[in-house]
Design a protein around this ligand. Structure first.
Ligand SMILES: Nc1ncnc2c1ncn2[C@@H]1O[C@H](COP(=O)(O)OP(=O)(O)OP(=O)(O)O)[C@@H](O)[C@H]1O
Length: 642
């Protein structure tokens, strides 16, 4: 095919005989002079072309596949009450000063509200008494009562404003700090962590948990704090108005309230945790479906995915319904408690009406508070339980922040090489051993010395360790033995930033960003448009980009879907070439699945089961009868001809 039209259509043998170059961009590059320019501009480049199924590629045995199914660990779930540590950390991250200032302001606001009610009751009582004695209040006396009432009211408004401002500041600082901690921890995690952690779990932390912390938790804290003081205020108000008599029934009522709220909180927090966990598979479903829509459709697997999403939603909704039901359970019990308080006050008033034990104004106040207190109690317990449940999100975020073991530091000031490193590209691999997590060694003592500027093809059967060698070179996984030196620097002694910045990799699966072509080639905005264009021309993407409506500003869609697989790879190559334009001659390691691509290399490294089988010029290796490389070439020719 060329330019969307059929160029040739015949058998492989006939096309080969006619000299048609149909092997695709990758093979073409290997022999094309433009590619020599590309290769030469890359520091120590490692490219991995061709593709095979992930499991086949890794050469998993049945036992290993079974182990792989269980590779992801179960999502961690705390049990019992949310630890005090989560509360303190949240308060600390937002700033102790802001938090305690908001508590004090809330207490003062409630105090002034109570004060104004009592002042009103006293005013009424005094006014009635004055009228009955035939000396009603003069204007100045009424004004005095009114002024005090206004002052108390204004003090309350000021306190509420201070509370809102301090709480808003606390909320912002706490959310920001928790989010930053989570980002740094996840970004510093080693690749092995992502191997065993489904992306849905991480997304759940960043999306739902952070959303709860940002929005719901602070609202609950503000309301919870307000309600606690409302309850306290109402109880104090009732006790003062009934001259302390209510304190006696308050003891058993308080105990009953304590037991009810304890039961409620226990179940509510656990159910909320289950609800959080059952959300992760939904996120995983969405991220998998978004990234694999075309594959799902191609295999007609859409109904299976829809069924899976529905079933995960059902599980999540079951937990969510239970959260609502426990709320109703609580409501009924607290209504009964509130009714009892009102009944006791009314009974007391009726029993003592002759002695005028509770003045009419204060009785009205006590009854009003007794009606209010039911609502406050209900709201208070619900808020406390809600805070506890939402604190579960803080707990989950903190778990990731504190428990992900980071990979090696990005920079080590004392040992990091100079900026121009690696200027030559001499690679010395000495007795390198490497294993994935706690698995068996996959590199079992590889020793190779690659001279500066050499082009080396890395070949070997599937699972022989080719990709693992590249992974070791970039310190994606640390060595379990041996060392790798580049231009005399042991790479294990330096930070990962200069190491990875000094090497370039063009991966088998091209990674593109949902942004413009310009951003994809030059994500760090380090080059001019002319430089980007030059690099695109070198990579044979110049004309493709020219034909785009918006040229360099054309948006690359999610996963590069609006470009062909080859074009995606070329964009990645362009990014890599742009990164190191100063180095004229560079060392290139190419993992080759098609052996033809390494025939013009300076040397070929043949790996076999994690050890070096052969390392020499391809011509020399082809002369070796019974040699590993020759065997591979013969086998591949045989399979191509059959
Ligand atoms: N992420 C991983 N976790 C655990 N083991 C792995 C992982 N990746 C690779 N392996 C193991 O390392 C061995 C070497 O794999 P590697 O990917 O390096 O082989 P390869 O030569 O690049 O294979 P291919 O030609 O198929 O790409 C595999 O047999 C597999 O058992």
């Amino acid at each position: 095919m060329e330019g969307g039209r059929v160029k040739h259509f015949d058998t492989y043998a006939n096309l080969s005989a006619a000299g048609v170059n149909f092997a695709g961009a990758v093979k073409f590059e290997a022999s094309d002079s433009a590619n020599r320019e590309r290769s030469s501009s890359v520091g120590s480049a490692a490219s991995d072309e061709g593709s095979v199924g992930a499991e086949e590629k890794a050469g998993f045995t049945d036992k290993e596949k079974e182990k792989g199914k269980n590779m992801t660990t179960a999502e961690e779930r705390e049990e019992g009450a949310v630890s005090g540590g989560a509360y303190w950390t949240y308060i600390k991250e937002g700033g102790y000063g802001f938090f305690w200032a908001s508590v004090a302001a809330q207490a003062c606001a409630r105090g002034s509200e109570l004060g104004s009610m009592f002042w009103l009751a006293t005013w009424t009582e005094d006014s009635i008494a004055a009228t009955l004695t035939g000396t009603p209040f003069t204007n100045s006396e009424t004004k005095w009562y009114f002024d005090i009432y206004a002052i108390i009211g204004i003090a309350g408004i000021v306190c509420l404003t201070v509370r809102s401002l301090t709480l808003a500041n606390h909320r912002l600082r706490a959310s920001r700090s928790l989010h930053e901690g989570l980002v740094s921890s996840v970004m510093a995690a080693p690749i092995s962590y992502f191997d065993v952690t489904p992306s849905g779990r991480i997304l759940n932390r960043f999306a739902a948990d952070m959303d709860k912390i940002d929005l719901e938790l602070t609202q609950s804290i503000a309301q919870g704090m307000g309600t606690v003081f409302n309850v306290l205020g109402a109880v104090v108000g009732i006790c003062v108005a009934t001259k302390g008599v209510l304190l006696i029934p308050l003891v058993p009522l308080g105990y009953a309230y304590y037991v009810i709220q304890k039961w409620f909180r226990k179940s509510s927090t656990e159910i909320q945790r289950v609800e959080s966990i059952t959300r992760s598979p939904i996120f995983s479903d969405f991220s998998q479906t978004l990234s694999g829509t075309s594959t799902i459709r191609a295999y007609g697997a859409a109904p299976r995915f829809v069924k899976s999403v529905k079933s995960h939603f059902d599980t999540n909704n079951t937990a969510y319904t239970l959260v609502q039901l426990v709320g109703l359970w609580l409501g009924i019990r607290l209504d009964v408690l509130g009714g009892l308080i009102g009944g006791i006050i009314a009974g007391l008033a009726v029993a003592t009406q002759d002695s005028n034990f509770i003045p009419a104004g204060f009785l009205g106040l006590a009854l009003t508070y007794s009606i209010e207190v039911t609502g406050f109690l209900k709201h208070g317990v619900r808020m406390i339980a809600q805070i506890e449940a939402q604190m579960n999100s803080v707990e989950r975020v903190l778990y990731y922040t504190n428990n992900i073991e980071p990979e090696a530091p990005q920079t080590i000031e004392d040992t990091d090489p100079k900026e121009e490193w690696p200027s030559k590209g001499e690679v010395l691999i000495k007795d390198v051993r490497m294993r994935y997590r706690d698995g068996p060694e996959v590199l079992k003592g590889v020793t190779v010395s690659i001279a500066a500027g050499q082009k080396v093809g890395v070949v070997g059967r599937t699972g022989s360790g080719k990709s693992s060698l590249m992974i070791a070179l970039f310190r994606i996984v640390e060595l379990s033995g041996g060392s790798i030196e580049i231009d005399g620097v042991d790479i294990s002694t330096i930070g990962t930033a200069p190491l990875r910045g000094g090497l370039s990799i063009i991966p088998q699966d091209p990674v593109l960003f949902n942004n413009t072509v310009r951003y994809n080639v030059d994500p760090f905005k380090s080059a001019s448009d002319d430089e980007i264009r030059e690099v695109l021309d070198k990579c044979r993407m110049g004309t493709v980009v020219d034909e785009l409506e918006k040229k360099l500003d054309e948006v690359v869609t999610e996963g590069g879907e609006n470009f062909s697989q080859g074009q995606r790879q070329l964009l990645c190559i362009a990014r890599s070439v742009l990164k190191k334009p100063k180095i004229l001659d560079s060392t290139v390691l190419t993992i080759a699945h098609r052996l033809g691509t390494v025939l013009d290399s300076d040397k070929v490294l043949v790996l076999d089961d994690g050890v070096v089988a052969e390392f020499d010029a391809p011509g020399e290796l082809m002369k070796k009868k019974g040699g590993a490389f020759r065997g591979l070439v013969e086998a591949s020719e045989k399979s191509e001809n059959s």
